[in-house]
Design a protein around this ligand. Structure first.
Ligand code: NAD
Length: 279
């Protein structure tokens, strides 16, 4: 039976380190958060960011822009925050209205204030193993793996999902540890090869957003399983992996909720402190 890999205890330990780092800063760090229009999911995430930030002694500066804000007006707003020396980090909440292109927007956040670690300059630094600001979810996954004490060198790792915010940057971080990384995605499933790859994984990380995609019987005996997926099924939140069957085979497995999620927002705050030091 697998050991549960919970995010909260790790997050608490990191938060303690962050509190100490914040005490040593000259000023309380300021995180500027921009939300365009209304969205229940984003509002819940904002609430959790604010609570975590304020619990650490970070100033959470919330800017709510109307739903009809144009792309140009949002860029102007970001640029004002870029030049505001009192602001250490900027986060633009997702989702944005359809007429605004997030990939374009993320390029306008100053790389040293990009607390989500998604500016092309910060993503690019990962390729060279030189990143100081990492995308939050991949950073959370690396912390979870680190907490197991596993040596990733030469390990067979399968990442399912190749998005810009999770799978792609995570694969680079794992390569940097000299793991053998196989990245699966919709093309792998369409080719009927997902099970075949997943079965080889000594470490399996899944970030797709499809409940029950990964069957319990595909899990290699003793594998470490990190489930990033968040799916609402009949009023319950579940991941992408069939948990009950998988936990019988894995050595470690993250619960959903309670695994990756609690660490992601902590990584955002760690990035803010890193950004404050860079400025
Ligand atoms: P995305 O939609 O951008 O990417 C989904 C990925 O899954 C793509 O690479 C796609 O090719 C792949 N995919 C889709 N269907 C597939 C299939 N049938 N078989 C194999 N691969 C398939 O998603 P994202 O933004 O990376 O998020 C993925 C999941 O992770 C979502 O459930 C999201 O809610 C969750 N998430 C959780 C956290 C957290 O903090 N816990 C953070 C970010 C994302």
């Amino acid at each position: 039976m697998a050991r549960l890999l919970e995010g909260k205890p790790i997050a608490e330990k990191i938060k303690e380190e962050l509190r100490q780092a914040i005490i040593n800063l000259e000023h309380k760090p300021v995180l500027a958060s921009i939300m365009v229009g209304e969205n229940a999911g984003a509002e819940a995430y904002v609430k959790s960011q604010k609570k975590t930030a304020e619990g650490l002694g970070i100033v959470y500066q919330f800017h709510k822009l109307s739903g009809d804000t144009s792309e140009g007006a949002l860029i102007d707003f970001i640029q004002k925050l870029n030049t505001d020396n009192s602001v250490n980090g900027i986060i633009v909440q997702m989702p944005l209205p359809a007429k605004i292109d997030y990939k374009k927007i993320s390029q306008f956040i100053l790389p040293t204030k990009d607390v989500e670690g998604l500016h092309p300059a910060n993503i690019g630094k990962i390729v060279f193993g030189k990143a100081s600001i990492l995308p939050c979810t991949p950073a959370a996954v690396m912390e979870l793996l680190n907490s197991t004490g596993v040596d990733l060198y030469g390990k067979e790792i399968v990442v399912v999902g190749h998005s810009e915010i999770v799978g792609k940057p995570l694969s680079l971080l794992l390569l940097d540890k000299f793991a053998t990384v196989c990245v699966c995605h919709i093309g792998t499933s369409k080719a009927g090869k997902l099970a075949e790859h997943v079965k080889t994984a000594e470490v399996l990380i899944v970030a797709v957003g499809k409940a029950g995609l990964i069957k319990g019987e595909w899990i290699k005996e003793g594998a470490i399983v990190i489930d990033v997926g968040i799916n609402r099924v009949a009023d319950k939140i579940v991941g992408d992996v069939e948990f009950e069957a998988a936990e019988k085979r894995a050595s470690y497995i993250t619960p959903v909720p309670g695994g990756v999620g609690p660490l992601t927002v902590t990584m955002l705050m760690r990035n803010l402190i890193e950004a404050a030091k860079l400025q």
